[in-house]
Ligand binder design. Structure first.
Ligand SMILES: Cc1ncc(COP(=O)(O)O)c(C=O)c1O
Length: 395
């Protein structure tokens, strides 16, 4: 399917559908008239096979207590084998009602109040919240950007932080929201070796694993060095980003280490038993069974949107630094060559009429940056890029 066919079939307007992204603009940004390029979901209907599976399930009309069928595990295992090159074991699986929810549980289950948890900043802001809200101590290591806006890890700083001996857990984001890096196997090996040396539990948030518009391959944590670090890694992921299913509230934890699994389950027991929602199971199984072609077409749309956005912005304002899109559909832009950091928000909202995720949400020192969601109508991407260009150049 080419991108024109994809857009004809799946692009929708989401205003007045109780969409957080479009219908909370007034509440969140103070104006309902903005163009929404913030929250990480999409203006595309999901893969038709998912909707068909849900329709069939709903037509049954019974929503009693439900088992997770073998076919579900086969679908998830098959997807990770086919698209990510590793073999999940069924006993590793645990479920939660969202990746963020899983992060909170894992922090609570595997660390103690006051323990240090390390993240690489700027990063998805609920990582900060999860650490602070659970009374753990937040440790950050700033990623370093080169002139092109491509980020890398400051290994010296990471090691110095781990050497302090207070960090018990490291939460990785791969692909990294908001800076879109797909971490290389070499980078991951170095990070994991450090975590091993300092006995730190690794949590790898791989929710964006399927959206790789760039040319570098995504390396899943459990595959690094042929699985050498599996025992200290927990992967959290979901079909929700890839297939626009966020409100179905379903995600996976893959926990290879049996003792860690027990520790996690002991904590979960204190919250009461948690079983996944039947409709989420149906949707995820259909996504991972039938979703390949739909997803590939989606990635083409995102890639084209990224090319257009970057080209139009650069033509108008060559000193903008637009981080190359390796993974995710989220584009990170540095406006500081044109704007005082504290003026960026008003410029984007009031002058350009666009709602974005502002840089300071991801790290206090990132005022002057903004994150744009490109999983949307190409007409929106063009229009917003033009408005920004005109706003910056006064044309
Ligand atoms: C890195 C990352 N983790 C988790 C989430 C949210 O996951 P969930 O909706 O399953 O809590 C997002 C959403 O944007 C994200 O970017």
């Amino acid at each position: 399917m080419d991108t024109t066919q994809f857009l004809t079939q799946y692009l929708v307007s989401r205003r007045h559908t109780n969409s957080l992204k479009w219908d909370a603009l007034e509440k969140k940004f103070g104006s309902a008239d903005l163009t929404a390029m913030w929250v990480a979901d999409m203006e595309f209907k999901t893969c038709p096979a998912i909707t068909a599976a849900l329709e069939e399930r709903v037509a049954h009309g019974v929503y009693g207590y439900t088992l997770i069928p073998d076919s579900y595990y086969d679908a998830v295992i098959g997807w990770h084998k086919r698209r990510h090159g590793y073999t999940l074991k069924r006993e590793w699986f645990r479920f939660s009602s969202g990746v963020v929810n899983a992060l909170y549980s894992l922090i609570n289950a595997l660390t103690q109040p006051g323990d240090g948890v390390l993240i690489l900043t700027p990063v998805y802001y609920p990582f900060h919240y999860a650490i602070n809200d659970t009374g753990r101590t937040l440790y950050t290591s700033d990623l370093i950007a080169d002139e092109s806006g491509r980020y890398s890890i400051d290994f010296t700083d990471v090691e110095a932080t781990l050497r302090s001996g207070r960090v018990r857990m490291f939460i990785l984001c791969n692909p990294h929201n908001p800076v879109s890096r797909v971490w290389s196997e070499d980078e991951l090996t170095r990070l994991f070796a450090l975590c091993k040396e300092y006995d730190v539990q690794i949590i790898s948030d791989e929710i964006h694993q399927d959206i790789i518009p760039g040319s570098l391959p995504f390396t899943p944590a459990l595959r690094v060095a042929n699985g050498k670090y599996q025992d200290r890694i927990i992967v959290v992921n979901s079909a929700s980003k890839s297939f626009n299913l966020a409100s179905l509230l379903h995600s996976h934890l893959f926990i290879p280490n049996e003792n860690v699994r027990k520790q996690y389950m002991a904590y979960m027991k204190t919250l009461g038993q948690i079983e996944p929602n039947a409709l989420s199971i149906t949707a995820t199984e259909a996504a991972y069974t039938y979703g390949d072609d739909w997803l590939d077409a989606l990635i083409d749309v995102i890639r084209q949107n990224a090319v257009t956005f970057s080209r139009l912005l650069k033509e108008a304002a060559p000193k903008l630094i637009i981080t190359p899109l390796e993974g995710t559909y989220l584009c990170w832009v540095d406006f500081r060559a044109y704007l005082a950091p504290e003026a960026t928000k008003a410029f984007l909202q009031d002058t350009c009429g666009v709602a974005v995720d502002f840089g300071e949400w991801f790290a206090p020192n990132c005022q002057g940056f903004a994150r744009f969601n490109l999983a949307t109508d190409p007409a929106i991407v063009e229009d917003v890029a033009r408005r920004i260009g005109e706003g910056l150049t006064g044309r």
